[in-house]
Design a protein around this ligand. Structure first.
Ligand code: NAD
Ligand code: 4PL
Length: 242
C-alpha cells in the first residue's frame, strides 16, 4: 500500500471528474471533490469518503480560499487533477468574441489559477502530481468547437512548458487527452451525435465512458509515474494515433 495522499479533482461532481475521483479514492487517497455544483460534488464525496467544496476555478479569490481550506484541513496537497472545463458546441459562424472569452476564462485561466495555487503548496512539500485533462480534439481537429480545441492545446503546451520548471520541487505534470466520452455533459448536448462517426474509427466498437479515463489519470497521479513528466497520454480507444 502506498502512502495516503491528498488530492483535489476539479469538476468532479459528474462525468470524467467523478470517475477520476472514484479511482483515486479506490487507490486509498483522500479526495477533495471540487465543483460549481455543490450538490453533485457532495453526493460523489459521500460515496468515496471524500470532501466536497464549492469552487469556480475561474474565480481567483475562490481558488485561493478552497486551496487554503484544504491545507488547513489536511496540511498538504499531493495531487491536483485539472478536469473542470466547459465543453461547448459552437460552429465557427456563431463563435463571437464573448463566447471565445467565456471558454478561455474557465478552461485556460482556471488551469492557471488552480496550478499556481495548489502547485505552490506542493512545492513546499517537495512532492506533487499534476494531471491536466486535455482532449484528443487537439489531435483530431474536431469541428464545431474551435475555441475549445484551442484551450485544450493550451493544456498540452502548458504541461510541456511547466514540467521543466517544477521538477526541482519533486512535482510531475502530465496531460491525459480523452476521446469522446459519454459523460452527463456530452450526453445532454449536440456532441452526443459525434459517437456516430467517432466509434467506427476506434479500435473498439463502443462508446467511451468516464471509467475508461480514471485509471490512466490515477497512474500518472501515483508515485509509480515518477519518471514521466511533460507528457500527453491520449486515451481514446484508438480513435487517433499520434
Ligand atoms: P461535464 O460537463 O459532464 O462535467 C463537467 C463538470 O465541471 C461539471 O460538474 C461542472 O459543474 C464542472 N465545472 C464547469 N465549470 C466549472 C468551473 N468554472 N469551476 C468548477 N467546476 C466547473 O464534462 P465531462 O465531459 O466530464 O468533461 C470533463 C473534462 O474532460 C473537461 O475538461 C473536458 O474538456 C474533458 N474532456 C471531455 C471529453 C468528453 O467527450 N466528454 C473528451 C475529452 C476531454
Ligand atoms: C472526439 O473533448 O474528444 C467530441 C467533445 N468529440 O469534447 C471532447 C471528441 C468532444 C472529443 C470531444
Amino acid at each position: 500500500m502506498t502512502e495516503q495522499r491528498v488530492a483535489i479533482v476539479t469538476g468532479a461532481a459528474q462525468g470524467i471528474g467523478a470517475a477520476i475521483a472514484r479511482e483515486l479514492a479506490a487507490d486509498g487517497h483522500k479526495v477533495v471533490v471540487a465543483d460549481l455544483n455543490l450538490e453533485g460534488a457532495s453526493a460523489v464525496a459521500q460515496e468515496i469518503d471524500g470532501v466536497a467544496k464549492l469552487l469556480d476555478i475561474s474565480d481567483e479569490a475562490a481558488v485561493a480560499r478552497v486551496v487554503g481550506e484544504v491545507v488547513d484541513e489536511f496540511g498538504r496537497i499531493d495531487i491536483l487533477v485539472n478536469n473542470a472545463g466547459l465543453v461547448p458546441f459552437t460552429p465557427w459562424e456563431k463563435l463571437d468574441f464573448a463566447e471565445w472569452k467565456r471558454v478561455f476564462d474557465v478552461n485556460v485561466n482556471g488551469l492557471y489559477l488552480m496550478t499556481k495555487s495548489a502547485g505552490d503548496v506542493m512545492a513546499q512539500g517537495g512532492y506533487g502530481r499534476i494531471v491536466n485533462i486535455a482532449s484528443n480534439t487537439f489531435v483530431a481537429g474536431t469541428p464545431n468547437c474551435a475555441h475549445y480545441v484551442a484551450t485544450k492545446g493550451a493544456y498540452i503546451g502548458f504541461t510541456r512548458a511547466l514540467a521543466g520548471e517544477i521538477g526541482k520541487h519533486g512535482i510531475t505534470i502530465n496531460a491525459v487527452a480523452p476521446g469522446i466520452i459519454a459523460s452527463e455533459g456530452v450526453l445532454s448536448g449536440p456532441h452526443a451525435d459525434g459517437f456516430d462517426y467517432v466509434v467506427p474509427m476506434q479500435a473498439f466498437a463502443r462508446r467511451g465512458v468516464p471509467s475508461d479515463i480514471g485509471p490512466a489519470v490515477a497512474f500518472l497521479a501515483s508515485e509509480k509515474a515518477s519518471w514521466i513528466t511533460g507528457q500527453t497520454l491520449v486515451v481514446d480507444g484508438g480513435h487517433t494515433r499520434n
